[in-house]
Design a protein around this ligand. Structure first.
Ligand code: MG
Length: 217
């Protein structure tokens, strides 16, 4: 199982990878999705994780693999039924990730009412940056992250625009699943998703605090 590194702190072995869909209004609209009244949750396998230096591999079964830049939360303590007011105390760190998605495969699965796992969980579909310790983040709902593809700005995420806040997501997930150290939460992508091609270079940035670059094989 891969470890994430939390700057100036311990490494955490990745446990469950929870992902939230449709957590920014403008992205839900660009895919023609409803705005949900509770978070949309799905999972990725740990085998999907890669780090800087590893290449993104586009699966042959898709001709429309999309990038989705997201704030990723790392859980540091075990918890169940965590109240929203305590939820941020369970967060060990914040990083950035890409929720890579075979959009054509996902659309077909969605139309048949089938789970998205295949479309979301392929090898290399979860590139991750390093993580900042949570004590360095004053307010997770006041951060801006960006994704550049081949030097061009494609996505800007303002966490103030999330439909469900980090605290709400952690509390909600813990009402369904016992959370453990090393669990990750991909918190959803803002508008601007698009197709990847071989040779693309993706650069994730969280203000000046984090930078991670990934190359598509
Ligand atoms: Mg996503």
């Amino acid at each position: 199982m891969p470890d994430i590194s939390i700057r100036n702190q311990r490494a955490l072995t990745i446990n469950n990878i929870f992902c939230i869909g449709r957590n920014y209004v403008a992205h839900a609209e660009e895919l023609g999705n409803e705005i949900e009244t509770s978070p949309v949750v799905f999972l990725k396998p740990t085998s999907a994780v890669i780090f800087e230096g590893d290449r993104i591999r586009l699966p042959a079964m898709s001709s429309d693999v999309h990038y989705e830049a997201e704030l990723v939360v790392a859980i540091g303590r075990e918890g169940k039924n965590i109240p929203r007011s305590d939820a941020l105390g369970y967060v060990a760190g914040y990083g950035l990730g890409l929720d890579l998605t075979m959009r054509d495969v996902q659309s077909e699965l969605k139309s048949k009412g089938l789970p998205w796992t295949i479309a979301k969980g392929f090898d290399t579909s979860a590139p991750l940056s390093e993580f900042l310790p949570s004590r360095e983040i004053t307010d997770p709902q006041d951060m801006t992250f960006t994704l550049h593809v081949n030097g061009e700005l494609r996505q800007t995420g303002k966490t103030s625009r999330m439909i469900f806040t980090v605290a709400e997501l952690v509390s909600y997930l813990s009402s369904l699943f016992t959370l453990h150290p090393g669990d990750l939460v991909f918190t959803g992508t803002p508008r601007g998703v698009g197709r990847l091609a071989s040779g693309d270079v993706l650069a994730l940035e969280l203000e000046t605090a984090l930078h991670a670059e990934f190359h598509v094989a």
